[in-house]
Ligand binder design. Structure first.
Ligand code: NAP
Length: 317
């Protein structure tokens, strides 16, 4: 019975996505800015944007990383005059962000899409996370998204078009052992995105929140160095995804105007279970939520029990 219901819902979602939901926005000849575009998920997003015909600006702090990434991204250009540039900038510094973003439009053109990918994870039980790391996490993940977003929305509203992508995480939906500050910074982004989506709705500007699972990037490698065993065991159940796959879903979901962008089953079902009062962007989504939320709560509780068992086991080992 459950399999039948599941199959019907999957068919509705697939049908709606492929047949009805063809109102994709286009980024051909449009200016796409990707913060954190010199590495990992952001770099893959920038490469895809170029393949979709966009002019791309990537932002990061390290000039060397930016130059290498620009070279790689440029290889994907296929139209005469397609522009790719790197801008060295700390997204946590409001004055710098303000100054650079006004230059960006003059150099490359109106910003049509902003993809906020700059971010990092530092793990550890709360008592072991330094105050310096707490500030870095909150500044980079939260303010480093809010500042660039604040710089683009006024003009997007005037032009009555635009897309803002906010890269959160699965940890924006579920608090996980060893990720208290990281989760807090990403939960904050989800609240920010929901409110901003409501503000931007009358102006044809869409907001998409990407919820990547563990993804094989230089950032993930760094994160693993600070991960407690419990966190590794709990997060390990979801597997590791390629940044290209995360980027592909992020761009497609953003162009489609979906509020959440997920990758893989675990990410999809977690987003469905934690949807709350988030705006529903398709009929298939609504049907899936109405039918599956009850059963998924049971599955979620089973997973939580498994996570708590891991924590108990690690404590007594
Ligand atoms: N990888 C995962 O498993 C995973 C899972 C869920 C969510 N995410 C999120 O996805 C986003 C990208 O992660 P990733 O794994 O692709 O990271 P990554 O490979 O470490 O890339 C991070 C990018 O952000 C830039 N950056 C960091 N701090 C910055 C700052 N203050 N100002 C400007 N640029 C800055 C980095 O360049 P510079 O260092 O040169 O500044 C780099 O280009 C992050 O928000 C992360 O939290 C990742």
């Amino acid at each position: 019975m459950f399999t039948l219901v599941f199959a019907v819902i999957a068919a509705i979602i697939l049908f709606e996505r492929t047949i009805f939901n063809r109102k994709y926005k286009s980024i051909r000849n449009k200016h796409v800015v990707v913060t954190g575009g010199s590495s990992g998920i952001g770099k893959c997003v920038a490469k895809l944007a170029v393949r979709y015909g966009a002019h791309v600006t990537i932002i990061g702090r390290d000039c060397k990383k930016l130059d290498t990434a620009v070279e790689e991204i440029q290889k994907g250009c296929y139209m005469v005059g397609q522009k790719v540039q790197g801008v060295s900038l700390d997204v946590c510094d409001y004055e710098l962000v303000k100054a650079e973003f006004s230059n960006l439009e003059e150099k490359v053109g109106p910003i049509y899409m902003l993809v906020n990918c700059a971010g990092l994870a530092i793990c550890g039980k709360l008592e072991n996370v330094s105050n310096e790391d707490i500030k870095t996490l909150l500044n980079t993940n939260f303010l480093g998204t809010v500042y660039p977003t604040k710089m683009v929305i006024t003009k997007m509203k005037e032009r009555k078009e635009g897309i803002v992508v906010i890269t959160a995480s699965q940890a924006a939906l579920v608090g996980i052992y060893g990720l208290s500050i990281y989760s807090a910074s990403k939960f904050a982004l989800r609240g920010f995105a929901e409110a901003l989506d409501m503000e931007m709705y009358p102006y044809n500007v869409s907001v998409t929140v990407a919820l990547p699972p563990d993804t094989d990037t230089p950032g993930f490698e760094m994160e693993n160095k600070t991960k407690p065993t419990e966190t590794t065991l709990i997060c390990g159940s979801g597997g590791i995804y390629k940044p290209e796959a995360v980027a592909q879903n992020l761009i497609e979901d953003a162009l489609r105007g979906s509020f959440f962008s997920t990758v893989g089953c675990e990410s999809y079902f977690t987003a469905l279970l934690c949807v709350g009062m988030t705006r529903c962007t398709s009929l298939g989504e609504l049907i899936a939520q109405v039918v599956l939320m009850g059963p998924l709560r049971v599955v979620g509780c089973i997973f939580l029990e498994y996570f708590y068992a891991i924590i108990r086991k690690c404590l007594y080992d």
